[in-house]
Design a protein around this ligand. Structure first.
Ligand code: ADP
Ligand code: MG
Length: 430
């Protein structure tokens, strides 16, 4: 059993982070983040991709410094690496030329530990994550789940007070992930040993409902803490129980309301309107088409979570498609419903040529596409990728320009507005 204690292990106060992009306009990623990690708890960060979750983790760990604000570890202000922290990364980050054992030992040696200690600790960590018998194996001989176990063994080998995990299960299959989650909780719940606490990044609502005591919901651009949800469910949790499903539904609601704020935006002045460049959500045109076709089958309207449940597509991806469809005026999103507009209905019922025409017309209503069109004309029908990226950076300083470029290309291609030659890295009119 975990003793009830509120002792704070580490804390962020007033953290702000900007990244210098070399164009004189820094990218503001985090704004006034205040967050603490207490003894014996599991905290999860959840929020749209690019909202700064990994950046928060890195600042907590002292891998990068904040632009403003302070990091504390047991009330001591930190500069540089935070002691007591180990990270399991999203990929596996293993050395391919080293065996499992050597992958773990290297981390310990880097801490300056004596070779005897290195061996004992590596062995202990390897058995803790169930990799006994695989000490001599190379990463290429292991499944994704086993590679992630090596990553976990590496992090646990240093006996960290806090274990950080950045989307640790995103690269393993669902069944393996389920097993690993339970095992990590088993290791954590043994209060006689470290880690005392876990801070994890996730974009999977069920995962955070299963694992976390406190769920920190972040919003993007710049990343802020929207709300912190206390998980009331006793452990071990049954992800099929009605209480669990209710919590998942509640979390969905909270996240949706931060993502799709249901507010009336008063119509801007026409002159302003023509100047506003809206960010593009990371939704390829095919995803948006899929969403619209799904809605049509559902009779033109569907609860957002039902879309997620029926299509088995990650919530974040569905949300991006919904936002994209909304930008193109194909859907409306009253409350948490997604509803085809009359235009959206006309679009899905049309043949492919008509669809492309409608799509193109909608693209041309978006300022970004008009700007790119004008630039193409000025550059005699050929734009280099970096020229477009630079324009995106200038117009949408808060956005990830590469992702925006990718979306721009798939949308533009579908509307036959322009084509992108991957091999030459140039954008041309269709
Ligand atoms: P998340 O983990 O929530 O997906 P990240 O923390 O990785 O988000 O990134 C937040 C934002 O900061 C993104 O727009 C990303 O492109 C940007 N970013 C992250 N690291 C750097 C860096 N080293 N230099 C410039 N921009 C960065
Ligand atoms: Mg990340």
């Amino acid at each position: 059993m975990h003793a009830v204690t509120h002792e704070i292990i580490c804390e962020l106060k007033g953290i702000q982070k900007s990244f210098d992009r070399g164009n004189g306009k820094p990218l503001r990623v985090l704004e006034d983040i205040n967050l603490d990690i207490r003894a014996n708890e599991v905290v999860a960060l959840i929020g749209p991709s690019g909202c700064g979750k990994s950046t928060i983790l890195r600042i907590f760990a002292g891998l990068i410094s904040a632009s403003k604000g302070k990091v504390y570890y047991h009330q001591q202000e930190m500069n540089g690496l935070t002691p007591g922290v180990a990270i399991v990364f999203q990929g596996f980050a293993l050395y391919p030329w080293m065996t499992v054992e050597e992958n773990v030992r290297t981390v310990l040696r880097a801490k300056g530990m004596a070779e005897d200690d290195v061996r004992t600790r590596a062995n202990r960590a390897i058995s803790l994550v169930g990799l006994e018998g695989f000490e001599e194996a190379y990463p290429r001989e292991l499944s994704g789940g086993m590679k992630q176990r090596v990553g976990m063994a590496r992090a646990l080998s240093v006996d960290p007070e806090i274990l950080f995990m950045d989307e640790p299960f995103s690269a393993v299959d669902a069944l393996t992930a389920e097993g690993l989650r339970a095992e990590i909780l088993d290791i954590w719940s043994d209060t006689a040993t470290n880690p005392s606490s876990i801070l994890m990044v996730s974009h999977d609502i069920k995962e955070v409902a299963y694992m976390a005591d406190r769920i920190v919901v972040l919003s993007a651009n710049p990343g802020r803490v929207r709300t912190i949800v206390e998980n009331p469910l006793a452990r071990p949790r049954d992800s099929r129980s009605p209480e669990f499903l209710r919590l998942v539904d509640q979390l969905h609601d909270i996240i949706t309301s931060t993502e799709l704020p249901d507010v009336e935006i008063s119509a801007p002045e026409p002159s302003l309107l023509s100047d506003t460049v809206e960010p593009l959500p990371p939704a390829p045109s095919t995803d948006i088409l899929g969403l619209l076709e799904f809605l049509e089958i559902q009779g033109g309207t569907c609860d957002l979570f039902q879309v997620v449940a029926h299509t088995h597509v990650a919530f974040e991806k569905v949300l991006a498609s919904v936002k994209g469809a909304e930008m193109l005026d194909f859907v409306d999103t009253p409350k948490r419903m997604v509803v085809l507009t009359p235009l959206g209905q006309r679009f899905v019922r049309a043949n492919m040529d008509q669809r492309k025409d409608i799509w193109k017309e909608q693209l041309l209503a978006l300022r970004l596409f008009r700007i790119i069109g004008e630039m193409l004309e000025m550059h005699h029908g050929e734009l280099k990728r970096h020229e477009v990226i630079a324009e995106i950076q200038q117009r949408l300083p808060m956005e990830n320009p590469e992702l925006t470029f990718e979306t721009l290309v798939t949308w533009g291609r579908f509307g036959e507005l322009f084509a992108y030659r991957e091999d030459r890295g140039v954008l041309t009119p269709e």
